[in-house]
Design a protein around this ligand. Structure first.
Ligand code: PDD
Length: 288
């Protein structure tokens, strides 16, 4: 099946798309990105993702080329052309093409997006559970910007995958910030704890939904850095992202979390999250 891409206003086969070697995204990682989920051919939380894209673009002074509602319509067009039902949109906005120079002038940005199928996530409470390993947080102080400059994340993730884990948990000054491709939460009794967004934590769209759901389940939300001792004592730990939704953690370094099974509160959060997806997209949600 042909994969389609939207590139600067044109829809064409992904394999035919061409970007200049002097695109600043290629030479300087001078750009931002988004990953948006779709279920049953319908975008989920697109306005929230596009609002974050706008903030990220403003954060590195790239003028957004399209207004958010217009952009959403263009993404829907591409999605329709792709014929896919369940997957993600990868969207990238770079400063554009110019002779290589650290100093940027003004130029038309490069905007592109394409759709890709994703496998269904496990049923609430099911699946193998993710294995986490902690690493030192060596990223910059503007992690709220969804920058395509992801080398520290990539190195951290590959380091832990080589040790048999799934996700790297960043630790800064003894506190847990977030993971290499997701946000992280711990449950201690009725308290749900996660680091505040800002210099070291991306304002995850999935994270935001979890914080909305939590009080409806009687949880007390605390947005603060988690100490390593607390993480060791946590009743339940889970990570969140657009592609994984809410994924329960089975191991943290050498410590099994609970009995290696998904905790009851994480399962309830997963169910409530899936209810939101169903309500917003009308999807019946196929699960693994
Ligand atoms: N990553 N923190 C980091 C560093 C991330 O890269 C991501 C998502 C998140 C979760 O954000 P959201 O819930 O909005 O997806 C947190 C995407 C999925 C990626 O890079 O593929």
């Amino acid at each position: 099946m042909t994969e389609w891409i939207w590139l600067n206003g044109d829809i064409l086969p992904l394999g035919d798309a061409k970007i200049s070697v002097e695109d600043r995204g290629f030479q300087f990682a001078d750009g931002v990105y988004e990953v948006i989920r779709f279920y049953d051919g319908k975008l989920f939380t697109a306005p929230e993702h596009l609002a974050r894209l706008k903030r990220s673009a403003e954060g590195i002074k790239i003028p957004p080329p399209l207004e958010s509602t217009h952009l959403e319509t263009e993404i829907e067009k591409l999605l329709g052309a792709s014929g896919l039902q369940d997957g993600m949109i990868y969207l990238q906005l770079t400063r554009g093409v110019a002779p290589r120079d650290h100093v940027y002038g003004s130029m038309p940005p490069t905007l592109l997006f394409y759709a890709r199928e994703l496998p269904p996530v496990p049923e609430p409470g099911a699946g193998p559970g993710v294995k986490l390993i902690s690493v030192e947080d060596q990223r910059w102080q503007r992690c709220w910007i969804k920058s395509i400059a992801l080398l520290p994340n990539i190195l951290a993730k590959n380091e832990v995958v080589a040790q048999g884990a799934d996700e790297a948990v960043f630790i800064e000054n003894g506190l847990v910030t977030e993971c290499s491709t997701s946000n992280i939460f711990a449950l201690l009794g009725p308290r749900l704890i996660t680091h505040p967004v800002g210099p070291k934590v991306l304002p995850g769209i999935t994270r935001e939904l979890v914080l909305e759901i939590a009080p409806t389940l009687g949880l007390i939300v605390e947005e603060r850095g988690l100490g390593l001792d607390e993480l060791r004592q946590a009743d339940e730990i889970f990570i969140t992202s657009t592609t994984r939704e809410i994924a329960w953690a089975a191991r943290w370094n050498d410590h099994p979390i609970r009995t290696g099974r998904c905790g009851p509160i994480t399962e309830k959060l997963q169910q409530a999250y899936r209810d939101k997806v169903r309500a917003a997209t009308g999807s019946a949600l196929t699960t693994a």
